[in-house]
Design a protein around this ligand. Structure first.
Ligand code: HEC
Ligand code: HEC
Length: 189
């Protein structure tokens, strides 16, 4: 089974075949995103990432990478190909202006402590709690734990296109600590 299938199942086996490109104002377009990403872009769980309040530069970059086929995705690549560059810029601006809200989720305190120890080399870019310390990095604090773990496993999978720099960084985490790192960042406010 191709890895991509595994990722698709991991996010809940979403039926994406029927996604059509909505038209209208940026606000109307953004409402279609919330079907998966939650109200105001705050994840309701199931491995979906929160997107409301991510840095504008990061939002625009990832969406353009999907549009241009430079970045792996189970869902977003197919979806975003139907949007123009202007719409993508508008969506990035729209979601970046929403408040970043930690996801309501349970984390395991032992894993959180272990994860904290394993993230010393991450502080320079992600800050001590995952609150982005640079405009090209997404917030990790309070992000959905399952999503964070899946994303790190994607960086570690050399058979799919993902940004090179985080590939190198993800390799600094021992494989047995990936879940703990995800719980640590997910637990931060
Ligand atoms: C059918 C569900 C679905 C819809 C609708 C959807 N997304 Fe996504 N989105 C995902 C999934 C799943 C991921 C994880 C990447 C992947 O595998 O596709 C994701 C990831 C993202 C990310 C990356 C977040 C991060 O932390 O890196 C951004 C940004 C994003 N989506 C923006 C949008 C925008 C903007 C819209 C509306 C135009 C949208 N999404 C609509 C399912 C969806
Ligand atoms: C040199 C700066 C830098 C360092 C150090 C760094 N990161 Fe990152 N990180 C980034 C950038 C930039 C991105 C966005 C990359 C992309 O487009 O996927 C990112 C993305 C991520 C993501 C994906 C989040 C999402 O919403 O998709 C995770 C998880 C992550 N980093 C974890 C870590 C961990 C764990 C470490 C330490 C082992 C680390 N990073 C070290 C800069 C860094």
């Amino acid at each position: 089974m191709h890895r991509g299938v595994w990722y698709a199942l991991a996010v809940g086996g979403l039926a994406v075949a029927g996604i059509a490109h909505a038209s209208g104002t940026i606000e109307a377009l953004a409402r279609t995103c919330n079907n998966c990403h939650g109200v105001n872009g705050v994840s309701a769980g199931d491995g979906m990432p929160s997107i409301g309040g991510l840095p504008e530069g990061y939002l625009k970059t990832v969406m353009m990478e999907w549009k241009e086929g430079k970045r792996y995705s189970a869902t977003m690549g197919r979806l975003i190909k139907g949007y123009t560059e202007e719409e993508i810029a508008g969506l990035a601006a729209y979601f970046s202006k929403l408040p970043w809200t930690p996801v309501a989720q349970k984390t395991d305190s032992k894993l959180v402590e272990r994860g904290k120890q394993a993230t010393q080399s991450c502080v320079s870019c992600h800050g001590p709690t995952g609150k982005a310390a640079m405009p090209t990095a997404p917030n990790l604090n309070g992000q959905n734990a399952k999503y964070l773990e899946m994303e790190m496993r994607k960086y570690l999978d050399d058979s799919i296109p993902m940004p090179a720099m985080m590939r190198m960084m993800a390799k600094q985490v021992k494989p047995e600590d990936l879940e703990a790192v995800a719980h640590f960042y997910a637990s931060q406010k």
